[in-house]
Design a binder for this molecule. Structure first.
Ligand SMILES: [Zn+2]
Length: 135
């Protein structure tokens, strides 16, 4: 395609002409039409990507919250079962430890909390030791 035929007067113009050489009719070249369309398609992609990312971020947060809640419910259920099931004391102890370890593994927040508790206890112990040293 190396020429453009004028829709108004039918004159065949060169491809690089912006308007008809005879009547001045403006040509809407495909490259000129396509450029804004490509831009809008790109921005649509960006909007879609941002929207998708926001959705997945929200969904991920929601999912982790659900996981924590589900884990908590499971733990409560297991604690309920512990009372009814006729196990020996050592077996109950073992099961409770296992449940607790699983809960820590499942919840980073709980692990961080335990770490903070241990640090607080260590600090309290140090403070107590220092006080006892003075006396
Ligand atoms: Zn023309």
């Amino acid at each position: 395609m190396s020429s453009i035929k004028c829709k108004n007067c039918g004159l065949t113009n060169f491809q690089y002409d912006d308007a008809c050489r005879r009547c001045g009719e403006l040509f809407l070249k495909k490259s000129k039409v396509r450029r804004p369309r490509r831009f809008s398609f790109g921005s649509l992609l960006i909007v879609a990507f941002a929207g998708g990312f926001a959705y997945y971020a929200y969904y991920g947060l929601q999912k982790s919250a659900d996981d924590v809640y589900a884990g908590e419910m499971m733990r409560i259920e297991q604690q309920k079962q512990d009372r009814t099931v006729g196990l020996s004391r050592s077996e109950i102890e073992k099961q409770r430890t296992g449940t607790f370890a699983t809960a820590i593994k499942n919840s980073n927040g709980l692990a961080a909390h335990d770490e903070r508790m241990a640090e607080t206890q260590k600090a309290m112990q140090a403070a107590t030791n220092a006080q006892q040293g003075k006396q």
